[in-house]
Design a protein around this ligand. Sequence first.
Ligand code: SPD
Length: 386
Amino acid sequence: MKVSKLWLVLSVSLLAAACSKQAEPTAAAPTAAAPVAAAPAASTEEKVLNVYNWPDYIAKDMLANFEKESGIKVNYQTFENNEALQAKLVAGNSGYDIVVPGAVFAKSQIEAGLLQKLDTAKIPNVKNLDSDIMGKLSKVDPGNSHLIPWAWSFTTVGINTKRVAKALGSTPMPENAWDLVFDAKYTSKLKSCGIAYLDSPTEIMPPALHYVGKDAYSNAAADHKLAADMLAKVRPDIRIFTSAMIDDFASGKACVALGWAGDFNIAKARAVENKSGEDLQVLLPKTGGLIFFDNLAITKDAKHPNNAHAFIDYFLRPDVSAALTNELGYPTANKASLEKVTPETAKNTAVFPPAADMAKMVSPSAFDNAGRESLSAVYTSFKKGK
Ligand code: SPD
């Protein structure tokens, strides 16, 4: 089911709020304002929490601050794509209390009973969430009973401006940024400086389907074939497949990347930090990027559900959510955090795209099981170059 136009509402409301901020933000580090929500049964639960999240997706001090304040020790591990998380959840007994599925996968995970209902009485900071966004998210999670948004961003194209200009030579930049990664006219030139793709069927096939004029979340095998034919033409030019491309992009190893705007924001900051001289730019394709939303959820067999609720509540403090946006360039659905978003971040169009660009974005949706199988087969052949 489509989460229709959630993202336009989201961008307009969040950006307006962020831009209307008057004063400098306070320090992002959590203060001793309110104690971590004490869960009634916390005393019977060991002080441990096992979290499974995407890499490069948490503010620097969040875990240490939460541990210090709550006395709960957090074991934190990462996965690189929704497929990897899905496999763990389906196998059961993952050992994880909190996981962070994309909305695209979360709907079927809720339906399959892999995630447990949240007890919002234990999450008082749920009041900080943007009600418009939560209303739209209820199409994926009826009654907002299982998911708390962690962060959102969009899949798009990032470039290393100087290296791309050199590799393209006299060929001008295309009007549509997707051409840089999907049209052999460009990829054949850019392969000399390195093209990187995300590495998962559900990350590559939706933009490829969108590029060939099909529904990005089509389940039709014929549409998959069309996208596969297009991809086959550029396959020889793709050097790197990885969903953790920040360092490759920041260091200049890849000059063009099909990836997540938030990760490109991190790469940009890293390039500056490392004084590498690489000039990175996040492009907003003419035909739109693909919005995604990742969410905190508690596994059905979580051993530490009270600690998990306490962690979620902690994250929903305005300053804690804002640190994710300010440090990494990933917006959240925490409306109350916008006052703490720095003016520099608020005006960064790769964090909060302008309304006109948001209007063109593709909303998240879900594949059915048959569609997902077909996509996997097509993607595997594409990667093998067969
Ligand atoms: N740095 C990791 C960011 C995780 C992004 N999740 C992307 C899901 C897109 N479908």
